[in-house]
Design a protein around this ligand. Structure first.
Ligand SMILES: Cc1ncc(COP(=O)(O)O)c(C=O)c1O
Length: 403
């Protein structure tokens, strides 16, 4: 355990971890069960196109969430594209800038303009009052993002969408297994979209799903996912290839059997971080709302430099030198990335909370491969760096500790 400055790797100490500790290292369920399923699909020679694993996966997810339809898709991004297109979004759509770029790209890809809205600094999700200010005659919908698994203010957004006759969809890429007011995420708006990418706590290698209680929308999504085919030779509309393969569905079925274990370990880790970082001025551990079901897959720090005197980026440098690959999230915000930054105007669409949060957030490693001892080591390093902030800043200023 490092407790003095000289032990820190930026000052020449041995890195705390020999192997790199990643944020979002994949959780793998029971390997034997997975290999059994892979053997079955190979024996069946049914590798994709609505195979038995895909069907079973969709049924299980729909049952788990209590939702009428789950349509599995090859990635979260393609799921967003299909969901947006099938629900008829056009013109302008209001989205947060504080999200993964795929939320904005899935609109832009279809020539729909993402209009970036600021967030509530406490929940990091869309600020409903600001959404309302951005509605124009060209607005066709609102896309909320349940960042970190923290649900948006679903009630307020549903009310706004209803009053203005707008579509309401949710990017629920972070929120599989979470709830809002006691009801599973997946049941809100016109449709919700999950990502089962390898870095998510529950994964299908690559993958995603669209879930909805709207029968007509589900039918449109199913058509689009498979080139618009209704039968062997019958194409009735435009579509794409969004199908989930059998091997991904096999991974998903296997992961579902361990879902509760994944969440229990994430929760244990969250509690450890909470305890280890308590009373550290200027460091806020994003508080998951424990009155709702959560998946606790993100450990999110907000670093208030005015108090800590160390910037988020310098703290990240300290951690990277120790092989703790902490990550900035959604930095610098979609509106600061192309093609959006060329059209974005600070004056027309100020996003002060987004800017502030994107400059402060640092995500730390968690998941099945991170232990309470690892967490104690990580937090002790953070504490040591903050306590010796002047020396750390001097060291990093000189460039002597560049990583
Ligand atoms: C908020 C958000 N939306 C969309 C995506 C895209 O999902 P995928 O990587 O499965 O395409 C991700 C994650 O990667 C995400 O974090």
């Amino acid at each position: 355990m490092k407790s003095s400055l000289e032990q820190l790797a930026i000052f020449g100490g041995v890195p705390a971890f020999q192997e790199k500790l990643h944020v979002g290292r994949p959780n793998i369920g029971n390997r034997e069960r997975l290999l059994e399923r892979i053997n079955q699909l190979l024996d069946r020679k049914w590798l994709t196109n609505g195979g038995p694993f895909e069907q079973e996966f969709e049924e299980r997810v729909a049952a788990l969430l209590g939702v009428r339809h789950c349509i599995s898709i090859c990635s979260g991004t393609v799921a967003l594209e299909i969901a947006f297109r099938a629900s008829g979004l056009t013109g302008e759509v209001i989205v947060p800038s504080f999200t993964f770029i795929a939320t904005a790209h899935a609109l832009q890809w279809q020539k729909i303009t993402p209009v970036f809205c600021d967030i509530d600094p406490h929940t990091h999700t869309l600020d409903p009052a600001k959404v309302e200010q951005l509605i124009t005659t060209r607005t066709s919908g609102i896309v909320g993002v349940h960042v970190w698994g923290q649900s948006c203010d679903v009630k307020a957004l549903t009310d706004i969408a209803g009053r203005h006759e707008l579509k309401l969809l949710f990017d629920a890429a972070h929120a599989f297994g979470c709830s809002y007011e006691g009801r599973p995420i997946g049941n809100f708006g016109d449709a919700e979209v999950f990502s089962f990418h390898a870095t998510k706590f529950f994964n299908t290698f690559e993958g995603g799903a669209i879930v909805t209680n709207d029968d007509a929308l589900a039918a449109a999504v199913r058509l689009m996912r498979n080139f618009g085919f209704t039968g062997y030779d019958d194409v009735i509309s435009v579509g794409t290839n969004g199908k989930m393969s059998e091997i991904s569905a096999a991974m998903g079925l296997t992961g579902l059997e361990s879902l509760e274990d994944f969440i229990a370990v994430n929760y244990r880790n969250y509690k450890c971080y909470q305890q280890e970082l308590a009373d550290l001025p200027g460091i806020r551990l994003f508080p998951h709302n424990e009155s709702q079901r959560g998946n606790y897959q993100y450990i999110v720090l907000e670093i208030d430099q005015a108090v800590t005197q160390i910037s988020r980026d310098r703290l990240m440098q300290v951690l990277w030198a120790e092989n703790i690959l902490a990550r900035r999230y959604f930095y610098p915000g979609c509106h600061r990335m192309e093609p959006y930054s060329s059209h974005y105007s600070d004056a027309a669409q100020p996003l002060p909370e987004t800017e502030k949060i994107a400059d402060r957030v640092l995500c730390l490693p968690t998941g099945m491969s991170v232990t309470p001892t690892d967490i104690a080591v990580i937090c002790r390093i953070i504490r040591t760096a903050i306590q010796g902030v002047d020396a750390v800043n001097r060291r990093l200023e000189t460039g002597a500790a560049r990583i």
